[in-house]
Ligand binder design. Structure first.
Ligand code: PMP
Ligand code: GLN
Length: 380
């Protein structure tokens, strides 16, 4: 059989590769972003209760209504947004799927999408599989801020969308109010859509406010705002998320969604609908994860790595110039095999493999795991 690949330049993604290598070498996995500690027992109990109570059949195509209502209430409480749970929220099997569906709803062959690199690895393939072209702009190293003049220069009549991600994977950088006003100036009066990846919404530290697009009605009008329950509630294996978009955009989004997964796993939706009634469910998240960031950063002072600041997400990046001048992809392989700690090379988040010799550590782990990893990293 002959198959013409729709994604000829794509291989197996870096998270799969590094997790595979970690288990092959029995290494501590600070690579792929997932917690190794137990999620909320209360949330687990809600799932089991939902299953026992018979919530085991299809949920409505846009998602379980009490969960959508709880999301709308949270969006209003945190960001002052007035979101209609009936017409503007769709529950999806994860944040990645929400982003893919948003791209698929809006892109036509030949369209261009502005992407900031390092970029989460699904964005560019999602754009290309839809016949569109990713226009990559590098965040400015080493603090990974956006060069808005570069964005202005990259806009063409074919620019269909800009995708932003805050808090940012892999770097832990966040966008501020000034970034939002620059974005506003650029899109005002155009037909450019915004896809806002906010899967780390609640994992933002040092008291910095999350600049959700939901705060800005004029920007929300042209946006698909994508979230993940898996990331913030420490249950990445649940693969559950949602997309908030104005009714007209949601209508198109649901055309794609209804013929893809149609509806998501019902018991977890019922459980989260109950869980989110208590605001502590999300208000306690940042403090917990900030402690992990701080604990890991302190431990890492005993090593030869130099960590960069991280203001959000599960991740913190670091350089290794005191240890090696190898390419980051070679270095992380050696680190996994010889030191027994798996990480992610940041060059994997650049289409052209730009290598600043920076690697990403996931600190969303038990303290014992972080301690054991640092013991190993100290020895190299
Ligand atoms: N966007 C970013 C930036 C991520 O790090 C992730 C990783 N989980 C996702 C989207 C996807 O989330 P999900 O696992 O819910 O698909
Ligand atoms: N978002 C996770 C990370 O960045 C991994 C998700 C995945 O494995 N696709 O590590």
């Amino acid at each position: 059989m002959q198959l013409q690949s729709k994604l000829p330049n794509v291989g197996t993604n870096i998270f799969t590769v590094m997790s595979g290598l970690a288990s092959q070498h029995n290494a501590i996995n600070l690579g792929q972003g997932f917690p190794d500690f137990q999620m909320s027992e209360e949330l687990i109990a809600f799932v089991s209760e939902a299953m026992k109570n018979g919530y085991n059949q299809y949920s409505p195509m846009p998602g379980w209504m009490p969960l959508r209502e709880a999301i709308a209430e949270k969006a209003n409480y945190l960001y002052g947004a007035n979101i209609n749970p009936d017409t503007e929220i769709t529950i999806t099997p994860g944040g990645t799927y929400a982003i893919y569906s948003a791209f698929t709803a809006i892109l036509q062959p030949g369209d261009e999408v502005i992407v900031f690199e390092p970029a989460y690895d699904s964005y560019i393939p999602n754009i290309e599989v839809n016949g569109a072209r990713a226009v990559a702009i590098s965040l400015i190293y080493p603090d990974y801020h956006i060069d808005w003049n570069a964005v202005r220069n990259a806009i063409t009549p074919r620019t269909k969308a800009i995708i932003i991600n805050t808090p940012h994977n892999p770097t832990g950088s966040v966008i501020n109010e000034n970034d939002v006003s620059e974005l506003r100036k650029i899109v005002e009066g155009t037909n450019i859509f915004i896809i806002s990846d906010e899967v780390y919404e609640h994992l933002i530290y040092d008291g910095i406010p999350h600049q959700s697009i939901l705060r800005y009605p004029d920007l929300l009008n042209r946006s698909f705002v994508c979230f993940s329950f898996g990331k913030v509630y420490n249950c990445t294996g649940w693969k559950l998320g949602y997309c908030i978009a104005p009714a007209e955009l949601t209508k198109e989004f649901r055309k794609v969604h209804q013929f893809n997964c149609f509806s998501c796993f019902t018991p977890t939706q019922v459980a989260l609908g109950n869980f989110l009634k208590n605001r502590d469910a999300y208000l306690s998240l940042a403090g917990f994860m900030q402690e992990k960031r701080d604990y890991f950063s302190k431990l890492m002072q005993q090593t030869k790595f130099t960590l960069q600041p991280s203001y959000g997400s599960y991740f913190i990046c670091g350089t290794y110039e005191k240890l090696s001048d190898e390419a980051d992809k070679d270095f992380v392989i050696r680190l996994t095999k010889e030191a027994g700690v798996a990480t992610i090379p940041v060059s994997a988040f650049y289409r052209d493999g730009k290598d600043d010799k920076v690697i990403r550590f996931c600190f969303s782990k038990k303290n014992e795991t972080l301690e054991a990893a640092v013991e190993k990293l100290k020895k190299i």
